[in-house]
Design a protein around this ligand. Structure first.
Ligand code: NAP
Length: 240
């Protein structure tokens, strides 16, 4: 079993929802965690929340928009200074705009693809550069079942997550012989603020903590083994 204690991890989109749950779970295991999101205030309160539960945790946070490659580069330099290296990247930052294709603006399309897909590439590039130096690393991409099941109104979001799945598999093939493991997780509905939802109102949904458990399970696999892709569903979905 691979140990998580003392590993240095970046979690993007970590101020709430799945990203916060993953950062909390990693901190609970004794990992050193760097968090980013765009809004500095919610990022600070996320760090305070984790610190209350795990006072000894080594945490670092810096605002960054993953769709901007320059901000991503600055964030990873900050991580170098704060954590002194990198072992794990969780590409989680993401959002959706749900509108019929003909009604999507170019700006909306660019924002969804830029965040969910290009953002994961920008962060992975930075991580791979560091993994090359340490000759090891782990990248976990939080994709979605929308990455294999298209739906009306999902053109931009579906494209970003179908893209993320292909990107993840190709990156895995490119780098697994360099001791870099790449996995992607495809959750169904998770109780978060995603798409303007109210997490408290959805007890049938997957809890963000359950996705965090899966991230830990993937990381804990012995080095010889890679769980490359996972689908996760609510076991009792709401009936329409
Ligand atoms: P959420 O509660 O809305 O959290 C999204 C997080 O990402 C926030 O911390 C947000 O902070 C950050 N973020 C958004 N855009 C960003 C950007 N450009 N740069 C950096 N950070 C950014 O959503 P969630 O449900 O936890 O979603 C997390 C991931 O899970 C997403 O990739 C989503 O596609 C995926 N997912 C969610 C569900 C679901 O049902 N909830 C299902 C399958 C997959 P700021 O706004 O401050 O930047």
């Amino acid at each position: 079993m691979s140990t998580i204690k003392g590993k240095r991890a970046v979690v993007t989109g970590a101020s709430r929802g799945i990203g916060l749950a993953v950062a909390q779970a990693l901190a609970a295991e004794g990992a050193h965690v760097a968090l980013c999101a765009r809004d500095e205030k919610s990022l600070t309160s996320a760090v305070e929340k984790i610190r209350q539960q795990h006072p000894a945790a080594k945490l670092a946070a810096h605002p960054a928009d993953v769709s901007d490659s320059r901000q991503v580069a600055e964030f990873f330099s900050f991580v170098d200074k704060e954590l002194g290296g990198l072992d794990i990247l969780v590409n989680n930052a993401g959002f959706g705009i749900f509108r019929a294709t003909g009604e999507l603006t170019v700006e909306e399309w660019d924002r969804v693809i830029g965040t969910n897909l290009s953002g994961a590439f920008y962060c992975s590039r930075e991580a791979l550069e560091r993994f090359e130096r340490s000759r090891a690393g782990f990248i976990i991409n939080i994709s979605s079942l929308a990455g294999k099941n298209p739906f009306a109104g999902g053109a931009a979001y579906n494209a970003s997550k179908f893209g993320m799945n292909g990107f993840s598999e190709a990156m895995m093939l490119d780098h697994r012989s360099d001791n870099v493991r790449v996995s992607y997780i495809m959750p169904g509905s998770v109780a978060t603020h995603f798409a303007g939802n109210e997490p408290g109102k959805a007890d049938w949904k997957i809890a963000p903590e359950d996705i965090a458990e899966i991230v830990l399970a993937v990381l804990r696999m012995p080095e010889r083994t890679l769980i490359s892709r996972i689908e996760v569903r609510p076991s009792r979905p709401q009936k329409n």
